[in-house]
Write a new protein. Structure first.
Length: 228
């Protein structure tokens, strides 16, 4: 018998620090949808490479990492946790060493291919809000709703600085700003799944909006397409 209960995918893409994570998390929590932070998956691969002294051009080493990697995402008492090969790496994947390398790692074709496979597999049979860079263009080109967020580089660096502070991570503002600009360039000028808006995505510039305003706007856009 045909399954009439179709699951939906909400794709939220955009530059680093546009508020994608908070937005996706809030929507997931409010409407009982599964939340997936795909950036954290690339961060886990990066951390695994760092832990095993595997460099960005060590093709065999990277393949070995990918063959053995186990990434788990859980929500414990409202807090999203990430486990890499059974170790809690929630905090570690946000640290400087990972920040500095993750963009390059995310552009290694084999890494991308394996993460996209995993993202599709993890989403199967679920209503999901998936946040990343290429969800609407590459992972789920037929996503039910596509949102694309942008904001000025300065505003995004400010947001990440405050986020880090809350988490007890101490990185100077200038360093974060440089990292934001560096990653934007890397993400947009990559040959492998460059960051770009899907043609049918709804774009919002969040620079002058509060998180709440963005959320209200996004929820109203989602509700035009699906029943939450
Ligand atoms: O969202 P974030 O800052 O945690 O993402 C970390 C890095 O991973 C960032 O440089 C972009 C990359 N990324 C990607 O290439 N594709 C995704 N779907 C998600 C993140």
């Amino acid at each position: 018998m045909e399954n009439l209960c179709k699951n939906y995918v909400i794709a939220i893409d955009g530059e680093a620090g546009t508020g994608k994570s908070t937005l996706a998390k809030n929507i997931a929590q409010k409407y009982g949808i599964v939340y997936m932070d795909t950036g954290a998956m690339y961060r886990c691969v990066t951390l695994d490479m760092l832990n095993n002294n595997v460099s960005i051009d060590d093709v065999d080493g990277i393949s070995k990492i990918l063959d053995n990697i186990n990434i788990e995402m859980t929500n414990e008492n409202g807090e999203d946790k990430f486990y890499l090969n059974s170790c809690d790496v929630t905090k570690k994947i946000r640290e400087k060493q990972v920040n500095d390398m993750v963009s390059q790692v995310s552009h290694v074709p084999v890494v991308r291919q394996r993460m996209v496979e995993l993202q599709r597999k993890l989403a199967k049979g679920k209503n999901i809000v998936m946040e990343g860079r290429d969800i609407g263009t590459n992972v789920f080109p037929n996503a039910d709703v596509k949102i694309y967020l942008v904001a000025s580089a300065e505003e995004r660096a400010k947001r990440r600085f405050l986020q880090n502070k809350e988490k007890g991570i101490d990185i100077p503002f200038d360093e974060i700003y440089k990292n934001v600009v560096f990653r934007d360039n890397n993400d947009k000028n990559s040959n492998v799944a460059p960051l770009k808006k899907a043609e049918d995505a709804y774009e919002i510039d969040t620079t002058n909006y509060t998180l709440e305003e963005v959320e209200n706007l996004v929820v109203s856009k989602i509700k035009e397409k699906i029943e939450l």
